[in-house]
Design a protein around this ligand. Structure first.
Ligand SMILES: [Zn+2]
Length: 188
């Protein structure tokens, strides 16, 4: 069982949540499972994920932590690692995909390092390797999270943009970033 689910359940739930059963999310499920084994499921834990790819969804699917509720933070290191920690003591564990350990599971190593095409390593084969490897390709270490980092972000002061009349975070200045030409869209 991984996070209290059978392999079949896990794959099914990942498909409904993420669109398809991405290998990164399967490994992520083993990471969350390992973290809960260490930290205990009764601790009120916040999470940090060190990449935007796949892993945040493992945390959002298998723990109460989401980006939206602020209990999950993403740092953009593009490292395959997750930390979960007690939000009161800031003590917790960081787990990562340990490259050295993946060397005894060449499918996982080759996939992670981008050394094989999807044609040469069918997803079914890779999945079997991931389930066979389980926790054995992960390392885990106790950590203390920096207090400044762990602070839950509060909403800043709100202002109303003089140009678009929408509410926005006041730090952006007299008009919102979108109206100052720093937006991501143009009106049609
Ligand atoms: Zn505006």
């Amino acid at each position: 069982m991984i996070c209290g689910k059978t392999e079949k359940q896990l794959i099914h739930e990942i498909e409904s949540f993420h669109g398809f059963a991405a290998p990164g999310l399967l490994i992520g499920a083993f990471m969350v499972d390992l973290l809960y084994n260490h930290i205990g499921s009764s601790v009120e834990a916040d999470a940090v994920v060190e990449t935007r790819h796949c892993l945040p969804d493992a945390v959002q699917m298998l723990t109460p932590c989401t980006v939206g509720n602020g209990w999950l933070k993403i740092v953009d290191f593009d490292k395959f690692a997750i930390t979960m920690y007690d939000r009161f003591t800031l003590e917790g564990y960081r787990t990562w995909l340990d490259l050295d350990k993946t060397k005894s599971h060449p499918d996982i190593y080759n996939w992670f390092m981008g050394l094989v095409s999807k044609k040469d390593l069918p997803i079914e084969t890779l999945r079997r390797s991931i389930f066979a490897a389980g926790h054995s390709v992960l390392s885990i270490q106790g950590v203390n999270v920096e207090p400044d980092f762990a602070k839950r972000e509060k909403k800043g002061k709100i202002a109303v943009c003089k140009k678009c009349k929408e509410a926005y975070s006041a730090w952006q200045g007299d008009i919102c970033l979108a109206c100052s030409g720093k937006g991501y869209y143009s009106a049609i």
